[in-house]
Design a protein around this ligand. Sequence first.
Ligand code: HEC
Length: 135
Amino acid sequence: MKKIVIAITILTGVFAYGETMDEYLQRLAAQAKKENPSFGGFSVERGREIYFSKHIGKRGKEVSCASCHTEDLRQSGENIFTGKKIKPLSPSVNPKRFVNVKKVKKWLRRNFKDVYKREGTAQEKGDVLLFMRSN
Ligand code: HEC
């Protein structure tokens, strides 16, 4: 029994680690469709709205994704809470972006909470990823 549990743990580990960005997006799309049967694919336009719209977020501050990542994704940003520099999000100038799915998931979860005070839905995550990757 213990061996089976260990094998399953290793297998899920390999699976989660091995997921590519495209597989992750496909999985988000399947989930979005489940949550909303009229879902017809991710949208750069909706993603732009998610990225730029301001909300009362962390510490009661009015913030958007652009507050830390700037309005031009090819520019370096700055964490408005810690003052730390953030490398550009745009894959056109920073090829390290949107390749490490684990990292993408971790920061989407955190950053949605910073701005929206909740986790993003599958559709919101897919929309904003599409927007960010295309900039
Ligand atoms: C309070 C500042 C802050 C805000 C607001 C913020 N982010 Fe971030 N974001 C960060 C930091 C810090 C990192 C991690 C450092 C790094 O990757 O350079 C990060 C990393 C990311 C990454 C990882 C990308 C990769 O592949 O390396 C994604 C995706 C992301 N942010 C999306 C968003 C989205 C979408 C929003 C709006 C919902 C948002 N961020 C708002 C600070 C912020």
